[in-house]
Design a protein around this ligand. Structure first.
Ligand code: ZN
Length: 182
């Protein structure tokens, strides 16, 4: 837990990590890698998302990308400039953003990311690459990361998911959608 934060900020971040955890749980129940997130702009929740990779059969539909799209939709609906909104938006996410998402967050100029556990396999905020703070020309702006909020819950959900992946483990009940026939 970061020690340089005021007590009030600390509990606020614990609270704001609740929704991402619920989103991650929903992902888990739907056979997705359990990652969930929330985007807050000036104390207003603009978006929440979870992994939709298997459901959409689209490897880029990570929770963060889903939430970015929702914020863009909100901006469009409310006649707001996305750049101005993203520059004042905090992302709460259960797992350290991957390299792809970290790059997207830089490009959207999100200044702060509060996350749960590390992402040892794909992490873009220091675990694999440090996209968050690297000096990358023409790739948005670096962002600040605060790790460690509700990390144990995030890890437990990931463990449960990867246990299900084991072919000897009982299959999860994943509802499959009928796609369009070509
Ligand atoms: Zn990602």
């Amino acid at each position: 837990m970061p020690v340089d934060l005021k007590e009030s900020e600390n509990s606020e971040m614990q609270r704001d990590m609740l929704v991402p955890c619920e989103e991650a749980k929903e992902a888990l129940e739907n056979g997705e890698v359990p990652v969930g997130c929330l985007m807050v702009y000036n104390n207003e929740v603009l978006a929440k998302g979870r992994n939709e990779v298997n459901q959409t059969k689209n490897a880029t539909r990570h929770a963060e990308m889903v939430a970015i799209d929702q914020v863009l939709e909100w901006c469009h609906h409310c006649g707001r400039t996305p750049t101005e909104v993203f520059e004042h938006t905090v992302l709460y996410v259960t797992v350290e953003p991957c390299i792809m998402c970290a790059a997207a967050l830089r490009l959207m100029k999100i200044p702060l990311v509060v996350y749960g556990c590390q992402n040892e396999r794909f992490g873009g905020c220091g675990s694999v690459l440090d996209i968050a703070s690297a000096d990358l020309p023409n790739t948005g702006t670096p962002f600040k990361c605060i790790p460690g909020y509700r990390a144990e819950e995030a890890v437990e959900m990931l463990k449960t998911f990867y246990k299900q992946e084991n072919p000897n483990a009982p299959k999860s009940k994943v509802r499959k959608k009928e796609g369009h026939k070509c």
